[in-house]
Design a protein around this ligand. Structure first.
Ligand code: ZN
Length: 440
């Protein structure tokens, strides 16, 4: 039996090898391009038609600004442990399968592909207008994709019927039928859950109407928010557009679930001009300089905790050993490096262009920081806001010192034990701090 299994596995690997070496095939409709490898054309076509119908329903029913062309990339890799489906939040959806049979109906595979594709289209509808998403809780983002995705499943079925999927079945069961059942059964959904988020978005849409949602998302994006407490500004924008006490009452229920507060530090950091520094920087590090692994984490950042050599030291540089992945051209976005206090609350945030990192071999990248005073214990948090198609791999060494973490400023973080991130901090002192050499 084991021998038989080996043969199968080898055959699968060879099959996959021939698929990867070939150019991906492309199936196109008016607004969808499916680039696929390792699946049948009829399967690619079903994926494309579902996304095309879901995209159109998001425009027709809500008026969302959807991409002119949604690109769906489908690959099959038998080595993969799980099927993965994700979006870049702009115009791409990626589906990573193990084998073509992963696209059979849910009864066989346990995977809800029609719903999943509609869910990703739902994310696109929200993420395109709301590009500053640090205030969105995961209940807000996933709840919205669940709410809209479920409604889009209905719309897709109305247009394409059971045969809309390559292994035909009545997928209406995966749309609002399932959502409504969840909302009824779960009179009180688990706090912070996707269902709780979906319930809140559904209530809002009932109050203001589908076609007014895109305008609200846009207005929220244009609202100047304080990440430490974004609720008040978002509320003001909402009630200004919808002066209705029911809407205000909705916000009171929704804010604690949908909005993340990122409290900032009470440490009042002084800053200085680079010319005022002693130019005798000290490099703080926990890593041994030997990269053994790499990570990128969607929805999180890389954090390292440091101790200041003493009082009156200033952060002047952050060094990261990493490599960019994704399209050859670096995305126009910035990534953020945040100086945080011991609890991970933000002291100062610094933005750097994605282009600071190259694709290919990893290397040390030096990021100059406007000299900023650090407390006795501080953290450096690096947030690339990565997706499956855009990000930077940060490398780590063999043994963890316990000083490396995953997390974002002002939010919860968790320890990373596989190794230490290759992230270093350079600190320096003011020239005037040197009593022997007073400032000229
Ligand atoms: Zn999602």
């Amino acid at each position: 039996m084991p021998a038989y299994r080996t043969v199968i596995a080898t055959a699968a690997v060879l099959l996959f090898a021939t698929h990867v070496s070939a150019e991906p095939a492309v199936w196109r409709s008016d607004h969808v391009a499916v680039s696929y490898q390792g699946i049948e054309q009829v399967q690619a076509e079903a994926i494309g038609r579902v996304v095309e119908a879901a995209r159109q329903a998001a425009i027709d029913q809500y008026g969302f600004d959807m991409p002119k062309t949604v690109t769906v990339t489908v690959t099959a890799d038998p080595e993969l442990k799980h099927v993965r489906l994700f979006t870049d939040g702009h115009d791409r959806i990626t589906l990573q399968l193990r084998r073509p049979d992963d696209l059979r109906r849910p009864e066989v595979t346990g995977a809800y592909h029609v719903y999943g594709l509609c869910h990703e289209v739902g994310h696109l509808a929200m993420y395109r207008p709301i590009t500053e998403r640090r205030w969105l809780s995961s209940a807000a983002a996933e709840g919205w994709a669940h709410y809209l995705g479920s409604h889009l499943v209905d719309a897709v079925h109305a247009k394409l019927g059971d045969k809309g999927w390559c292994d035909p079945y009545d997928y209406r069961a995966d749309g609002t039928q399932r959502l409504n059942k969840q909302l009824q059964n779960d009179g009180r959904p688990r706090p912070g859950s996707t269902v709780e988020g979906a319930a809140l978005w559904q209530q809002l849409v009932t109050l203001i109407g589908k076609e007014r949602v895109p305008g609200l998302f846009k207005a929220w994006q244009e609202t100047k928010i304080d990440l430490a407490d974004p609720g008040a500004a978002l509320r003001a924008t909402l009630v200004e557009r919808h002066p209705d006490e029911k809407v205000a009452a909705w916000w009171n229920r929704a804010e604690p679930v949908l909005v993340v507060k990122r409290p900032s530090s009470e440490f009042d950091a002084r800053t200085a001009k680079p010319a005022a520094m002693m130019k005798q920087p000290r490099q703080l590090s926990h890593d041994d300089g030997k990269p053994t692994g790499k990570r990128s984490m969607a929805g999180s950042g890389h954090v390292v905790a440091f101790d200041s050599p003493g009082v009156g030291w200033y952060l002047t540089k952050v060094r990261i050993h990493g490599a960019r992945y994704g399209s050859p051209r670096p995305p126009a976005d910035d990534f953020r490096v945040t100086l945080c206090d011991e609890q991970g609350k933000a002291i100062r945030e610094f933005a750097f262009p994605y282009a600071s990192f190259q694709r290919g071999a990893a290397r040390w990248v030096d990021l100059p920081i406007e000299p900023t005073e650090v407390p006795a214990k501080f953290r450096v948090c690096v947030d690339f806001n990565p997706t499956g198609t855009k990000g930077v791999f940060v490398f780590f060494d063999t043994a963890g010192s316990g000083r490396s973490r995953f997390g974002l400023p002002g939010g919860r973080s968790r320890g990373f034990s596989n190794g230490d991130w290759l992230i270093r901090a350079e600190v320096d002192q003011l020239r005037s701090a040197d009593a022997l050499k007073p400032t000229p």
